[in-house]
Design a protein. Structure first.
Length: 113
């Protein structure tokens, strides 16, 4: 296997690029979340959109922090920790969305046609 190198080697995390892109995404997602704040208590669909936008903004802020820590420490561990935290946030929100949708379905059935 000459010339192929180590295919399992991890690429270094580029902290500056990671942080810059996360800041742009953060600005966009905060703007979207601000627009949705008045509608966050609506039906399951509207609440889901609010949660997605909120989670994206929180995730972007976490990635900015991870980028700073990656640049400071020179390791990719902060990126991995933040990835797991964001995954946990999205799993929790998914549960909320399913719960809200089930509640909306139950309420619509009890109201009848």
């Amino acid at each position: 296997m000459s010339g192929t190198g180590n295919r399992s080697a991890q690429q270094p995390v580029e902290a500056e690029l990671m942080g810059a892109l996360a800041l742009v995404a953060l600005a966009v997602n905060v703007g979207a979340a601000l627009v949705l704040i008045p509608h966050r208590a609506g039906d399951a669909n509207v609440r889901a959109v609010w949660l997605f936008s909120r989670n994206d903004a929180i995730g972007n802020a976490a990635v900015v922090v991870a980028a700073v820590l990656v640049g400071w420490t020179g390791t990719s561990w902060p990126d991995l920790v933040v990835a797991f935290a964001i995954a946990g946030l999205f799993l929790q929100s998914s549960w909320v969305i399913v719960r809200d949708a089930r509640r909306d379905i139950s309420e619509s059935r009890s109201e009848g046609p």
